[in-house]
Ligand binder design. Structure first.
Ligand SMILES: NC(=O)c1ccc[n+]([C@@H]2O[C@H](COP(=O)([O-])OP(=O)(O)OC[C@H]3O[C@@H](n4cnc5c(N)ncnc54)[C@H](O)[C@@H]3O)[C@@H](O)[C@H]2O)c1
Length: 368
């Protein structure tokens, strides 16, 4: 039986990855610092069969101990939040980049066979676009003055609005936030290390992950958890811009399966692979679907008509490569999977910190 070390295994995605691995006959060890912003004072319930070590990935001694006997590593430990990364810069660069560096250095001399790292769709910046002639554009950005004037959509050189299309892994990265920069550095570090040391390395670029277990009181994480904690407190979800921006929501159990497949499949090493649902939803649509599922259809979202620094307009996944290399097929769709998510929200203490998050960003001039 293979033994897998999961860093950040007590987090939202980690807990599902641990379950997926245990269900498929792996031995699992977790290294997690149980950071306050994610875990608070609450006890994090973990399966008994997993060995849990509390420790920081920046602590080489702890990491070396955690790596003993590991055949594979799934590296999930990270500070997660685009907005917060724009002012807690040292924290994000330290936890994510230095953390990955220490983890890799600790592997020298006790190399695992394979390492799979969680990267993020945020590395793309804007997704791919198409102009009226059908030409694809893969490095477009909104200018600050356009955003200030409330022109949310991307425009071509002729001033016409561009059409967003699915983003594949060939699209050049365009790092628009400190978080994205750290995720790209994590992914590159792992791939470069793998190449140099003969360790099989895979990076999964996750799109918006949703499902039971996301930290509801952490306003910096997923938009769905964020909206749910607002609705659970009878507050309208706060939507930046006009709500028509599009994202791809992939279920956490699909993501957990993708991590297992990335550990197992022979053609995955050396690749970065998108993990999404392949479907695009507008954020306003998501807020409405969720309010309906939570039985509060009368709570309409608050459209802020303001942009958050570092946010992009549209990005949704082309998952052809995941299908080909991993045999990955999403099993859950947002509109059908909200029931269990809502049940879980009802049984959780969702402290709404959305207004606080907005104030933190505004104080630093990161909302315009
Ligand atoms: N949730 C998403 O939508 C999403 C999307 C793209 C990528 N990702 C990536 O997936 C991974 C997991 O995300 P998540 O949503 O489960 O986040 P999470 O915050 O729920 O979990 C992260 C876990 O890592 C731990 N951790 C943080 N810093 C650590 C450190 N220095 N040492 C040890 N442990 C540490 C935390 O205590 C937490 O348990 C992250 O790498 C994240 O960047 C998540």
């Amino acid at each position: 039986m293979a033994m897998i070390l999961v860093t950040g295994g007590c987090g939202f995605i980690g807990r599902h990855v641990v379950e997926e691995l245990l269900d498929n006959g792996y031995e699992v060890r977790v290294l997690d610092a149980l950071i306050d912003q994610v875990h608070g004072d609450a006890e994090t319930a973990m399966p008994e069969a997993a060995e849990i070590m509390r420790g920081d990935v920046r602590d080489k001694t702890a990491v070396k101990r955690a790596l003993l006997g590991a055949d594979g590593v799934i590296h999930l430990a990270a500070e997660v939040g685009v907005g917060q990364s724009m002012y807690e810069i040292a924290r994000y660069v330290g936890g994510n980049d230095l953390g990955t560096a220490v983890l890799l250095e600790a592997m020298i001399g006790r190399l695992p066979k394979r390492v799979v790292v969680a990267s993020s769709m945020s590395v793309y910046g804007e997704g791919r676009y198409e102009n009226a002639d059908g030409a694809q554009l893969d490095l477009v950005r909104r200018r600050g003055d356009q955003i200030k004037a409330g022109q949310w959509n991307l425009r071509g050189a002729d001033g016409k609005v561009l059409r967003p299309v699915a983003t594949d892994e060939e699209k050049p990265v365009d790092l628009a936030s400190i978080y994205a920069l750290t995720k790209y550095a994590q992914e590159k570090q792992v791939l470069i290390f793998g190449e140099a040391y003969g360790v099989e390395a895979v990076a999964l670029r996750l799109f918006n992950v949703f499902g039971a277990g996301q930290a509801l009181s952490n306003p910096y994480t997923g938009v769905l958890a964020n909206f749910a904690s607002r609705l659970a407190n009878s507050q309208p979800p706060m939507i930046f811009e006009d709500g028509e921006q599009r994202r791809d929501f992939v279920h956490v159990r699909d993501v957990a399966r993708a991590f297992r497949l990335a550990l197992e499949k022979p053609n995955a090493p050396g690749h970065v692979i998108n993990i999404g649902s392949g479907q695009a939803y507008t954020i306003a649509e998501v807020a409405t679907l969720l309010a309906d599922a939570m039985g509060v259809p009368e709570i309409r979202p608050e459209i802020m008509n303001k942009a958050r620094s570092g946010d992009i307009r549209n990005c949704f996944a082309d998952i052809a490569k995941a299908r080909e290399l991993l045999g990955f097929e999403p099993r859950f769709k947002l509109e059908n999977a909200l029931g269990p998510f809502v049940d879980w929200v009802r049984h959780s203490a969702a402290i709404d910190r959305g207004a606080e998050m907005k104030r933190q960003l505004e104080e630093r001039g990161l909302v315009s």
